[in-house]
Every structure is written in structure tokens, then in C-alpha cells.
Write a protein that binds this ligand. Structure first.
Ligand code: MG
Ligand code: ZN
Length: 373
């Protein structure tokens, strides 16, 4: 008979079991049982975020369970554009939004003749879903633009702003107010939004928004681009949580929310590891809010990915064997595969290796809608 009752053996066993329990079932009391299919989809995009950026963020965080370890399914997407190995954010986001590869710089237009594609946000909106976008760039920047606009070039920011008027988006939180009001053509698109029943607000306070679901709204957090997380920008996690609660009240069918950690990419173009750290921490906190909502809701599919790697970033050894140093081999995007994390009903669809365009088809498949190539 082994001496299992020995106090030290017992205490080690208890410690191990407690550790296992803590690791496997976080806040089990708040977990809702998962539905068979999702009603809601939250797609979170870390612009420029791939494996090196997520690794660095894990190590910077140190002890404790990271948000990344809470996803039961992980896959990889291949990010290349229609005719180039390395994608930009316009082609990258158009692939997620429309399920088709396009040329770099194109917003919601697809080959062969570069006609507008209907984005998943636009189609779900027309089918009665509530839709929203929460970003840390301007509304006209490539990633959010690719979900709602159709323009030859990402640089056509005034035209992109006008395209926002063609889709009844329920909520937008992000920068770029000036592209709607301070325009070369002197049109005031904010008035056009107000005429359509929108509440239009500026700032980063959520107090004066119709969060009870009574009206659609735009909250402009900046005239052009919002400040960096490094400079004290803090709204993304809270805005994401508020947007989920609000969108849930806007339609009984469900909602589609796109959230972007837009400036991860900008920190990488600048080869600035401190800025990157601030943006990654902000994005992790945002992912945690989306997960919290999904865990309590049970009908929400959360997908987190990047559009491409940026900076050709590596994590190198330094003298102190416990530390590492971030190094960059480029100031541009790279072709490395990008991880995809999924939680919720049908999250299993997102494991494996596939094209970035498959994310579009997998989202539809999760909703139970057959989409052909
Ligand atoms: Mg972007
Ligand atoms: Zn970039």
C-alpha cells in the first residue's frame, strides 16, 4: 500500500489539483452553456499582429494566465494579397470582409474587374443583424473602411467617409470626425448622419450615448487619428464592452462587431518596442472584455487575429538568460502566417491552416449560411 496519506504527498497533490482547477475552469460560475450556433460574432483584429507580437506580449506579461491561453481553438491564416506575397491592411481586411483576395490598397473591391463586394457586415446588416465597429484609428483607415466602403484606393478618405452613409451601421467608435465634417467638398456628413437618426458625439466618454439601444450612434474619439496607448489612450477595452451590450439590445437576430487594435501596426512600422508593448496590453485587455461578454452570453463567437505581421520582428536572447530583446528586420509588413484564436459556438472551425479569405467563409458557416466561392 503506497503511503498516500503522508502529509507532504497529500499537500503536493492538493496543490497540483488546485492549480489544475484554476487553470482549466476560470470563473466557472459565470460561464453560460454554449449554444449550437452563434447569434453574435465579434471579430477582433490586431493590425500587424502575428506570432512574434503575441509571444512578446505573453513574456512581457510574466506570470499568470494570459488571455491567449483562454482560447480552446487556434489556427493560422496565410495573409498574402491577390498578386503579392505580402499584403497591406486594405487587401487583408477585404479578405476577411468579402472572402476574396484583392490587390494591395483596394478597399472592398475585388478582381478580376475590381467591382464592389458585399461585406459580411453589410450583408448581415441587410438581414437584420445589428452591426458595429470599434477601432483606434479613423473611420476611414483601411481596416474599418474595408468592412463598409468600396474604393480603388485606401487614400480616398473623403469618399470612404461618404460610403459610411450607405450602410446602416448601428455604432461606430473611433477617430476621424474631420473626414466627415472638415472636407474639401464642404459637405457635412455629420448632419447627414443626424438626419438619419444618429446620435453623433465626440470624446471618449460613454455617458451621453444611447446605450439603451434607442438610437444608432457615432462616437468620434479624435478629429483624425486617436492618440497612441503609449500617450494615454484607454478607450478600446471599455468601448468594446459597451458596444457588445448595446448591440445586443439593437436586434433580436444578433450582432456583428469588428474591433481593431489599429496602432499595433503603427508601433511596428516605427520599430518602437515600448509603443508596441502599450498597444498589445491595450489589445489584450480588449480581447478579455470580448471573452467576458461571450462567456456570459453563450451565443457569441469570438475570433481574434491579425491581418499580417509587421516589422519582421524577432525575440532575441540577451545576457540575462530570463529576458529577451525585441529586434526588427524591417519597417514594413512581412509574409509570416498569422494565428487565429477562436472561442464560442463553432469555434472549432477556426483550427488548421487556411487562407485569410476562409475566415469570411468560416464566419458564415458558423452562422449556418452556405457561401460558395
Ligand atoms: Mg488597420
Ligand atoms: Zn502597416
Amino acid at each position: 500500500m503506497p503511503r498516500l496519506s503522508h502529509p507532504s504527498v497529500l499537500s503536493v497533490l492538493i496543490l497540483l489539483c488546485t492549480a489544475c482547477a484554476n487553470r482549466r475552469i476560470p470563473d466557472a460560475t459565470t460561464l453560460a452553456p454554449l449554444a449550437e450556433r452563434p447569434k453574435n460574432i465579434i471579430l477582433l483584429i490586431g493590425d500587424g499582429m502575428a506570432t512574434p507580437q503575441i509571444s512578446a506580449s505573453l513574456y512581457w506579461r510574466g506570470v499568470g494566465r494570459s488571455v491567449w491561453e483562454r482560447f480552446p481553438f487556434v489556427g493560422f491564416h496565410q495573409s498574402h494579397a491577390y498578386d503579392e506575397r505580402v499584403t497591406d491592411s486594405a487587401a487583408g481586411a477585404t479578405a476577411f470582409a468579402c472572402g476574396q483576395k484583392t490587390k494591395n490598397g483596394a478597399i472592398g473591391l475585388v478582381p478580376p474587374d475590381y467591382t464592389p463586394c458585399r461585406t459580411i457586415l453589410q450583408e448581415l446588416s441587410s438581414r437584420g443583424w445589428a452591426t458595429g465597429m470599434v477601432v483606434t484609428c479613423s473611420a476611414t483607415h483601411a481596416t474599418p473602411a474595408s468592412f463598409i466602403a468600396h474604393q480603388d484606393l485606401r487614400a480616398f478618405t473623403e469618399y470612404i467617409a461618404e460610403d459610411y452613409l450607405h450602410t446602416p451601421l448601428d455604432c461606430f467608435i473611433g477617430g476621424g470626425r474631420g473626414y466627415f465634417s472638415d472636407r474639401p467638398d464642404h459637405k457635412n456628413l455629420l448632419d447627414s448622419l443626424r438626419q438619419r437618426g444618429y446620435a453623433v458625439r465626440a470624446g471618449v466618454g460613454f455617458g451621453h450615448l444611447p446605450l439603451d439601444g434607442s438610437a444608432p450612434f457615432y462616437l468620434f474619439t479624435a478629429e483624425r487619428e486617436p492618440p497612441s496607448a503609449h500617450e494615454g489612450r484607454r478607450y478600446l477595452p471599455t468601448a468594446t464592452a459597451r458596444a457588445c451590450e448595446y448591440l445586443q439590445k439593437r436586434s433580436p437576430k444578433g450582432f456583428f462587431l469588428m474591433v481593431e487594435g489599429s496602432q499595433i501596426d503603427w508601433a511596428l512600422h516605427a520599430n518602437d518596442a515600448n509603443w508596441l508593448k502599450a498597444e498589445m496590453l491595450d489589445f489584450e485587455a480588449t480581447v478579455a472584455e470580448a471573452l467576458r461578454f461571450a462567456q456570459q452570453n453563450g451565443e457569441t463567437l469570438v475570433i481574434v487575429t491579425g491581418d499580417h505581421e509587421c516589422g519582421g520582428m524577432s525575440l532575441n536572447a540577451v545576457k540575462n538568460p530570463k529576458h529577451f530583446e525585441v529586434a526588427f528586420t524591417s519597417r514594413l509588413h512581412s509574409a509570416a502566417m498569422v494565428p487565429v484564436f477562436a472561442y464560442g459556438p463553432k469555434a472549432n472551425l477556426f483550427s488548421g491552416i487556411y487562407d485569410n479569405t476562409d475566415i469570411y467563409f468560416k464566419m458564415w458557416e458558423a452562422l449556418g449560411v452556405k457561401k460558395e466561392w
